[in-house]
Design a protein around this ligand. Sequence first.
Ligand code: CUA
Length: 339
Amino acid sequence: MGLLLFATTDEVVSQNLSVFSPASPQAESIRGLFVLVLAITGGIFLIVEGVLVYSLLRSRRRAAAGEAEPPQVYGSTPIELAWTAAPLLIVFVLFLVVARTEWEVRPGPEDQPPPGSQPLSVTVIGRQWWWEYVYEKYDGREWHVTTANELHVPASDDGVPRPVYLTLKSADVIHSFWVPRLAGKTDLIPGRVNRTWFQTAERGVFLGQCAEFCGTQHANMLLRVVADEPAEFERWLANEAKPAVDEPAAAAGKRAFLAQSCVNCHAVRGTPARGTYAPDLTHLMSRKTLASGMVANSAEELRRWLADPQQVKPGCLMPSFKLSDRDLDLITGYLRTLR
Ligand code: CUA
């Protein structure tokens, strides 16, 4: 329920994380497979339990009547054939439908997107415990924009397909990218490049989650996919591509920020802060949440995070720098200007 906290008036945050309400053709294929497998295995369950219960009741009645053991069957070829052929057939059908679904959800070649489409290519890097997104290409243009945790994508609700191609990598351990309503789980594996894709006509915020145990804060490695109408997405992307704003009113805060070791890990484009180890902060205020979707991105939460990240996300890789109250106010004030 805590997630409701971040629902603001200008965005619809669906709390729905169900694979049964797909919002992309890829998730729809997965739902089809899920329902079919559930029906087949449910049928097997009913038959097996039915025979079991029937045998229990039958044998119990006979025992009460004092009858002898029922006739025993040894080495019946028809029965053995039946219980070998039936499972083989079931496994074969399951194999075929899984193969078909795999085929449907696998990304096509990125250099040959569907005709008339406006494809978006993003590199996703899994990190303990947050997501880095590097926007590579949109609609034929190169971008190289870096952001974190909230993946903005254009919706395809005007008849133009806008496939989103994700290239998945890891900077440390194995993670798994999972947004149930948009795409199935795809692992991010160190030393390996995986790919996935989705496309949605539905606008709004889709919640997701790292789906592979990756350390103490695995459960808090949340993610949000924001599907905007294309014009709004393009405005967002153009803003992300700009260097950080330099508000004269925040000059003292900027000095305080640059004087700390923040700059070794974080980047604020257009300033000497060029760290690549932690989330890019150039447009921090364009994000609705902090700490990979854990808390709202408000002045209070940001100050609390700067004071001691370990209080908010125990085990996270940002240590407490024991900043003075004055530095906390100054740096919070500066970061709040990074729109
Ligand atoms: Cu990353 Cu679990």
